[in-house]
Design a protein around this ligand. Structure first.
Ligand code: SF4
Ligand code: SF4
Length: 248
């Protein structure tokens, strides 16, 4: 902290670089060293959100929309075949768009996005990380992205939390209030995968049960830098849709 303050007083820029590579100090994408895998299936048994399946080559496939990056599968792996890399499980662009998520952090003059945040039933950790987007370290505004108070002013909606029955109507109303074109982003394992709290009478499920989702941001909660990559992809997607509608 003292070093950060010193650097700020020395006049250096202290905002975090945003790229699609990830961070050195966190649990990122899961890799499997197949030579060491004895196919015991223990990883499937311990995963709390059923995010692992085994493909035809006996390799574990991770559903990053569901994964909460708890590391239980890595701990349970007797052969030490599974391990976390330090690469960000990047936001997945699932629409038929031509947006290249690997290139979205390139500077594009004139690109901007107005975003409405909607909590559909989160534990609030995703929302706290989203709040960090506006702090001096992440400084979201340098990318031309800002949050707005009304869906009528928004180009995109960022939804956190598994959709609860109490807020399902609010999700629909928010989406309906937005002008076309509009982009929907599901933030975190709850909104993206819907499995975090299991199935109960109070839960509808993942956001894509309710709305057409364009971008899924993995994590529980996702890091702010992953959200920024998702927002820049959303800005490009919004521009693409605007042009196809004949808007300038
Ligand atoms: S790290 Fe992901 S895939 Fe592994 S047990 Fe936890 S939720 Fe399941
Ligand atoms: S994804 Fe994780 S951090 Fe985000 S709302 Fe769900 S439980 Fe909380």
């Amino acid at each position: 902290m003292l070093k950060l303050i010193e650097a700020i007083f020395a006049g250096r820029i202290q905002t975090e670089d945003i790229d699609t590579v990830g961070s050195k100090q966190f649990r990122g994408e899961l890799n499997c060293n197949t030579a060491q895998c004895d196919k015991c299936g223990e990883c499937l048994q311990v995963c709390p959100v059923s995010a692992i399946t085994i493909n035809e080559y006996n390799r574990p496939i991770i559903d990053y929309k569901r994964c909460v990056f708890c590391g239980r599968c890595v701990d349970a792996c007797a052969g030490c075949a599974l391990y976390h890399s330090n690469l960000e499980a990047l936001p997945e662009i699932l629409t038929g768009s031509s947006v290249d998520v690997g290139r979205v952090t390139n500077i594009r003059p004139g690109r901007s996005l107005h975003v409405r945040h909607l909590d559909a039933g989160s534990c609030n950790a995703c929302d706290f990380e989203m709040g960090a987007l506006s702090n001096p370290l992440y400084d979201l505004h340098r990318f031309g992205v800002s949050f707005v108070a009304s869906p009528r002013h928004a180009d995109a909606v960022m939804v956190t939390g598994v959709v609860t029955r109490n807020l399902e109507k609010a999700v629909h109303m928010t989406y309906e209030a937005m002008e076309e074109p509009k982009v929907v982003i599901a933030v975190g394992a709850c909104a993206a995968g819907g499995a975090t709290y299991g199935e109960t009478y109070a839960i509808v499920g993942a956001l894509d049960k309710v709305l057409p989702v364009d971008i899924f941001v993995p994590g529980c909660p996702p890091r702010p830098s992953a959200m920024i990559v998702a927002l820049l992809a959303a800005a490009d997607l919004y521009l693409e849709r605007s042009k196809s509608m004949g808007n300038k």
